[in-house]
Design a protein around this ligand. Structure first.
Ligand SMILES: [Zn+2]
Length: 323
């Protein structure tokens, strides 16, 4: 290469660099919704479609038995943006076993405002139809899990049978329950009951609202008592080939604070002490046995594994994105 050619090359590249530098910076496009509201993941013979309902923001003061300073330190360590509060996802999971199409939890629909309620839209976007869902498994009856089954008195999944534990149904649907609660909890309880009743009504009308007890199995899913967050909270385990996936429900609400310090309860827990015991027991089991975890309140898609170095604190290992 001769000198003239090199200098010509350099001046050309210099020219194009200055042309680039001189042009005005591109204005970023205002971010709308992210494209992906569903994510498909295969475990053994089973296809899991994680569905995003939306993003919620929690106050750091909701964490119990931990100082605000400790909460701040953990959030900082995880680079958890706190501008609007502690970010948490609301996810549900559509499970195709080849024989059955099962929805585990269903999101908040319109119970908590327009920032949530995208399960149905994302289910359709993933290629499935709501009529194809034959079974709905609810981990518990909090509105961010049950409201998505219907809309203004109409079932969103007209061919599905809804299952929840006997204990959970009793706690929310027994008219005598409110009087048993402390006075300051009653109003909140009753407004939750109203949302639950409205959501389940179209299924009850068709005898498609059913309860289960420990030891039962539904469409191949084993039920696991994980009470504490609510009195009848259950998780669901599905075995496929030599693998296992557990739909844990609300045994955890934060991939930061409650993994670092799993003994930290959250304000939403009805029995905080029991909720912590349940988390400690289940996390130890998952870290030891390596089940795939699907969680409604871990960052979307909420699928991954739980790892621990010392059996005291844990780490969330999210699934690796595959296109
Ligand atoms: Zn929840």
């Amino acid at each position: 290469m001769n000198k003239i050619f090199i200098s010509a090359l350099m001046s050309t590249s210099f020219f194009s660099f200055s042309a680039f530098a001189a042009s005005s910076p591109q204005t970023p496009i205002q971010q709308q919704k992210q494209v992906s509201g569903f994510y498909q993941h295969q475990v053994g013979d089973v296809q899991i479609t994680a569905l995003l309902d939306g993003t919620n923001f929690m106050s750091p003061s909701l964490f119990k038995d931990i100082s605000p300073q400790q909460v701040q330190e953990i959030l900082k360590k995880y680079y958890a943006d706190q501008d609007k509060g502690v970010q948490t996802s609301i996810n549900a999971f559509l499970v195709n076993t080849g024989k059955s199409l099962i929805l585990v939890d269903s999101g908040a629909e319109s119970c908590f405002g327009a920032h949530l309620g995208s399960i149905l839209k994302n289910l359709v976007a993933s290629g499935y139809k709501p009529e194809q869902v034959d079974t709905i498994l609810l981990t518990h009856l909090h509105p961010d899990h049950v409201c998505g089954i219907s809309q203004k008195g109409t079932a969103n999944f007209p061919n599905a049978t809804v299952y929840v534990s006997n204990d959970e149904a009793k706690y929310w649907l027994d008219p005598k329950q409110a009087a048993k609660l402390p006075k300051d909890k009653q109003a909140n309880y009753l407004s939750t009951v109203e949302m639950i009743k409205e959501a389940i009504a179209p299924y009850q009308a068709k005898q498609r609202f059913k309860t289960f007890k420990l030891g039962d199995e539904i469409q191949g899913f084993k039920v696991i008592n994980t009470a504490g967050h609510t009195p009848g909270h259950y998780s669901y385990e599905l075995k496929t080939k030599d693998q296992s996936v557990v739909f844990i429900g609300d045994i955890v609400h934060s991939h930061t604070v409650q993994f670092d310090k799993p003994q930290t309860a959250i304000e939403y827990d009805i029995d905080p002490k029991k909720a912590v015991q349940t988390r400690l027991k289940q996390f130890a089991n998952f870290a030891k046995n390596g089940q795939t975890i699907a969680a409604p309140h871990l960052p979307f898609p909420g699928i991954g594994h739980i790892y621990s170095v010392d059996g005291k604190s844990y780490q969330w290992i999210p699934t690796h994105f595959k296109d």
